[in-house]
Write a protein that binds this ligand. Structure first.
Ligand SMILES: [Zn+2]
Length: 116
């Protein structure tokens, strides 16, 4: 699979086992997630999530974020990702033709949650 940032080759990096990770709360939707890393720029992504059918990804995304957001701040193990900063960076990359302009549009038409 090619890197969505620089279009170079990626290699297997690690696997997260969701039968145990997060106390197995997502194992019905996701048993494992294989992560790949770009050999050129280091961008790391979940190939499993990237290739997941859109409807399945939406179900998993809603379940995961509902669980995280409903926890009291003191019991959270980590902060949520900086969504606004990530969206702004994707917009900057697309506006400056570093990634293809149709990448964001295609992610809204299926094929998982990652920008394609
Ligand atoms: Zn790359």
């Amino acid at each position: 699979m090619k890197c969505i940032i620089c279009d170079r080759e990626t290699k297997y990096y690690f696997t997260t086992d969701f039968t145990t990770h997060h106390q197995g709360k997502f194992k019905d939707q996701l048993d494992k997630s294989e992560f790949y890393k770009c050999i050129n720029c280091g961008f790391t992504f979940s190939k499993t999530l990237y290739e997941m059918p859109y409807e399945k990804w939406c179900e998993l995304n809603l379940k995961a974020h509902t669980l995280f957001e409903s926890q009291h701040l003191d019991s959270r193990l980590s902060n949520q990702p900086p969504y606004l900063a990530q969206a702004s960076m994707i917009n900057i990359l697309a506006t400056n033709n570093i990634i293809q302009n149709n990448l964001v549009e295609s992610s809204q038409n299926g094929g998982g949650g990652a920008v394609k």
